[in-house]
Structures are given as structure tokens and as C-alpha cells.
Design a protein. Structure first.
Length: 547
């Protein structure tokens, strides 16, 4: 295993959190290209360095060096250029975790084009909207997704070429055939930090999805948090993995691309459905030390048997609030720090925990990451006093912040107020700088004059031995305006009874507060979730709000 320590880190390795924040300075070069930083750099300095081990699902693995990634992405870039892809054009990546995903992104960036990651479980409607709205000129996909893509092609006048990694047919270019016959000499184009590089669509929970456009600087904007929530990443023998799909900013920019930048090997594995036993097998067999695991995955793993001999050093998680039970489980059962992170597609990784520097607090996401100014603002757009609930906001400009919404200048303008990017999330910060997520603005429950956030209640319920997952909403109530209603998924073998419901209600009343205790708890087999594992409380409100 190579020594992963490099001199490419951005944050100081000495001092406490406050001292590191004070000393931090951004150094954003005038010319910047992600492919140059993540691929060409290593091909120049250490071409035999291990970049990726791709697992095929049948027990086999293929090792990829940085030299291989750089050479083949250059060949792909030349093939794409020959088929008309040029600076500023969009190329969609409709693939699961695989070397081809990295090759396509790197090739796009070498050409100054914009890569558009797409989730392979998207149906025709979701694909049609994103491909049409972005005006994607080329799509890279595989045989499993080819049929639904080709069915849409007559409706996509901008789509000129389809590349398929494992199939060829009339009108479809073989991905590897194109690489095989292309020239390997390709110098990344001269791009600046604000030149477009990446277009990721939001989930569209409030209206149609919006394309979030990022510049090449977005990589550097992620690095301080990566270094700190993985506790002075990279260290010798570090190796990364996430089950999160690389179509989302969490999988792509919280793990895959930063690992390339730091020269840290990682594992890719097509996992259509998360399996906790398989996850533990991968972690054990390949010595995976640095993990990004969504809260849902962590809760599923907590119900599985933990193998001995794990070498996990750090785990990051975000998207839903973590409870103290998960922090304790990770420390005791995995022997690893579990650090919560916070961000969104428009402005990612701006709050983080770091157990090496301060003790994580259950229910708190952490503190503002060095280089990012984060505050709780009120309706006037000004920061509010500690302890006051308001909207989590990030001061502009910031390297990790998006360039804007694709072709939506009004929506981009509405995202900002008085120089602050508004996240749409409600939160609170205390005197020590710990940020706590309260809820999405539309998830707040108003009951008997109280404004109640669901996260603290959900964490309390998930701390019970019988509960695997929980979601809390407000339902109409003639006396209280809204009543708190919880929905729980039970662990395997647990039977739902009236006594258990009362026990859970009493637990919240006792451990959180009587005024937030659910009036009713329902046992459900599953919870509605986004593709990235976030609970869709609005779906529950739609189902139960009129009952």
C-alpha cells in the first residue's frame, strides 16, 4: 500500500479548530482545471500510484493506476472532440460507480466541457427533463440503461451521440472502441476557476429540478472539510469508499474526486441496492479506512453483524441528523470516528465535525469549516443571536459555491439575500459555534404555538433498540393547528404493539420534551426517500395530512 501523505493539503496540521480557522487562507490560482489536478498531476509525478480498484460483483477486481486513468481519459477526450464535443458543451454520465464514470468526467474537463452526472435509476420522465433542459450533446451509458435512453432520443434534438460501455448497435458508439483508436496525447484546455465544469440537478422537491452549475474551483472548496472530517486526510494507508452513487454531489465530491486529488486509492462497486452485509465484507476485505456513509446506510449496518479486524479510521455522514446512538455505535463497534457533515448541492461541505479536534455533540452537525463563513440569519437577512432559530446561510463569495442555476437567473438571484446564500434549512448555532439542523423550512411543525423541528424527535426514537428508522411530521389538529405524528420502521423480528407505541412516546416526552412528544406513532414497513437516502417528509404529509 503506498504512502498516501502528500503536500497538497490546504489546512494546517497544528492548533485547535479556532486557530486553524483563523490561519486559513484560500489560494485559488488564476488557471485551474480539475482534470489537471486529479489526473495529469499524478500521471506526471507518480503514474504507477494506485487510483482505483473496481469490483465487478463476481469477486473479481481491476486495479487502475493514475497513469492509466490519465492516458485513457485523454484518449476519450480526443474521441469526444472528434465527435463535436467542445468547450462549454454538456456530456451526461448515466453510469453506476465504475472507472468509466471517472474517465468521462476527466475527459470532459480536459476539453473544458461540462459533465452532467445522472442517476441510473431515473425513469424516462426524469431523464427527459434533465437531458432536454441541459441541452446535453453526448451521453455515456451502459446496456442496462440504453433502451430507456434510446426511447427518448427523438425528443432530444441536442443529443448528437450516445456512447455505450458494454454494447454497440446502430446509432450507438462503443465507448471502448472509441478509446481504442483515439490519440493518447491531450493537454487539458486552459480553464479558470469560474469556468463551468459540473452540472448537477437538484431533486426538485419544490417544483421542477434545477441544474446547479459549478466551476472548476468547486473541488478546492470541498478540500478543507474533506481533510478535517477524515481527520487530517490523507494519512498513510488511507483508502476510500462510499455506497453513495457518484451521480450525486455526495458520492462524487465527498469521496471520488477528492480521493483522486489527494492520490488516495479508492474502491468502486456497482451496488444497485445497499446491502449492509456486503458493505461490511468490502470494508473488511479491502481494508477500507475512510468511508462516506449516508445515515440510512449506517442504521442498516447497525442492525448487521460487525466482522472483526476492521481497519476503519474515519466515517463521514450527512443528509439527515445523526443521533448519539450512531456516534456511540461507530466508536464502540467500528473503532472509528463518525463525523457529521453539512452542505447542499449549491454549496457543499461548509459545516463539519472533527473528533480529533473537538468532541462531536449528538444532534449537532459540527462547526463552520475553515474557509467558509456560515451563520444563522433571520428574515431580514442579518445574522441572529446564538440560540435563535433561523435559516442556515453561507457568505458569498465562496469557492465551493455554485455559479448559478442553469438558465434560471431569477432563481439564482432569489437564492441570495444581502450577500448570504440561503440554504432553505432552518438551524440554530450556540455560543461555542456548534450548528444544529432543525428542519427544512417546510418541515417545521407548528403545534400549540411551538415551532418544532423533527430531527431531535427522530434521533430520540432511533435510539430505541426496536427502531431502525423514524420520520416525524405535523398533521392537522383542530386544537393545536398541527399535532406531532411519528412513523417508525422496526428492526427485524420486533412486533408492533400499543405498549411499544406508548413506550416510544414516553421516551420522547422524557428525553426531549413533553411538548414535542408524538400524539401518535405509526409502524410502517418503509419510509419514502430520495435517491440519496434523505427522508421525504412531504410525501408523508401528502399521505396523512388529510386524514
Amino acid at each position: 500500500m503506498p504512502d498516501n501523505r502528500t503536500d497538497r493539503t490546504l489546512v494546517s496540521r497544528s492548533g485547535n479548530w479556532a486557530q486553524i480557522r483563523t490561519a486559513f487562507r484560500w489560494h485559488i490560482p488564476a488557471r485551474l482545471n480539475i482534470a489537471d489536478l486529479c489526473s495529469t498531476y499524478w500521471a506526471r509525478t507518480d503514474p504507477q500510484r494506485l487510483a482505483l480498484t473496481h469490483l465487478d460483483g463476481q469477486g473479481g477486481g481491476t486495479r487502475w493506476t493514475f497513469g492509466m486513468l490519465d492516458r485513457l481519459s485523454s484518449k476519450l477526450a480526443n474521441a469526444l472532440a472528434a465527435h463535436g464535443l467542445k468547450r462549454g458543451d454538456r456530456i451526461a454520465v448515466l453510469l453506476q460507480q465504475s472507472p468509466e464514470v471517472l474517465l468521462t468526467h476527466l475527459a470532459a474537463w480536459k476539453l473544458g466541457a461540462v459533465s452532467l452526472p445522472l442517476f441510473t435509476l431515473f425513469g424516462e420522465e426524469a431523464l427527459r427533463f434533465r437531458l432536454a433542459d441541459s441541452g446535453a450533446k453526448i451521453v455515456a451509458t451502459d446496456a442496462a440503461n440504453l433502451e430507456k435512453l434510446m426511447a427518448l432520443r427523438p425528443e432530444l434534438p441536442d443529443l448528437q451521440k450516445v456512447y455505450c460501455t458494454d454494447s454497440s448497435s446502430p446509432g450507438v458508439q462503443g465507448f471502448w472502441d472509441a478509446i481504442k483508436y483515439a490519440d493518447a496525447n491531450c493537454v487539458p484546455v486552459d480553464t479558470g476557476p469560474d469556468d463551468p465544469a459540473l452540472l448537477i440537478y437538484t431533486s426538485g422537491t419544490t417544483g421542477p429540478p434545477k441544474g446547479v452549475l459549478h466551476g472548476h474551483r468547486v473541488l478546492l472548496g470541498h478540500l478543507p472539510a474533506i481533510e478535517l472530517h477524515h481527520e487530517f486526510f490523507p494519512q498513510k494507508h488511507d483508502c476510500g469508499w462510499t455506497p453513495a452513487d457518484w451521480a450525486w454531489i455526495g458520492g462524487l465530491m465527498d469521496m471520488a474526486i477528492p480521493c483522486l486529488y489527494f492520490g488516495v486509492p479508492q474502491v468502486s462497486r456497482r451496488m444497485r441496492k445497499f446491502d449492509p452485509e456486503e458493505a461490511f465484507h468490502l470494508i473488511s476485505k479491502y481494508g477500507l479506512g475512510n468511508l462516506f456513509l449516508p445515515p440510512t446506510a449506517l442504521r442498516m449496518m447497525r442492525s448487521a453483524k460487525v466482522p472483526s479486524g476492521l481497519r476503519v479510521r474515519t466515517i463521514s455522514s450527512g443528509g439527515e441528523s445523526l443521533g448519539g446512538d450512531l456516534l456511540q455505535w461507530a466508536r464502540e463497534q467500528l473503532g472509528a470516528s463518525l463525523n457529521e457533515i453539512y452542505g447542499q448541492t449549491e454549496c457543499n461541505l461548509v459545516i463539519s465535525s472533527c473528533s480529533a479536534l473537538f468532541e462531536p455533540r449528538p444532534g449537532a452537525m459540527g462547526k463552520a469549516v475553515p474557509g467558509h463563513k456560515v451563520a444563522i440569519i433571520g428574515q431580514s437577512g442579518h445574522p441572529v443571536a446564538p440560540g435563535t432559530i433561523g435559516e442556515i446561510a453561507v457568505k458569498s463569495p465562496d469557492p465551493v459555491m455554485f455559479l448559478g442555476y442553469w438558465n434560471k437567473p431569477d432563481a439564482t438571484r432569489d437564492k441570495f439575500m444581502k450577500g448570504w446564500l440561503k440554504t432553505g434549512d432552518l438551524g440554530v448555532v450556540d455560543e461555542q459555534g456548534y450548528f444544529r439542523f432543525v428542519s427544512r423550512d417546510d418541515d417545521v411543525i407548528t403545534s400549540a404555538g411551538y415551532r418544532i423541528g423533527p430531527s431531535e424527535i427522530e434521533n430520540c426514537l432511533c435510539g430505541h433498540d426496536s427502531v431502525s428508522m423514524a420520520a416525524v411530521i405535523g398533521v392537522p389538529d383542530p386544537l393545536r393547528s398541527e399535532a406531532v405524528q411519528a412513523h417508525v420502521v422496526l428492526r427485524g423480528g420486533v412486533q408492533w404493539t400499543a405498549a411499544l407505541e406508548q413506550e416510544l412516546i414516553d421516551r420522547v416526552r422524557r428525553r426531549v420534551s413533553p411538548h414535542v412528544a408524538p400524539r401518535r406513532i405509526l409502524s410502517v414497513t418503509r419510509l419514502p426517500m430520495t435517491a440519496t437516502g434523505k427522508i421525504l417528509r412531504r410525501k408523508l404529509r401528502e399521505k396523512y395530512g388529510s386524514q
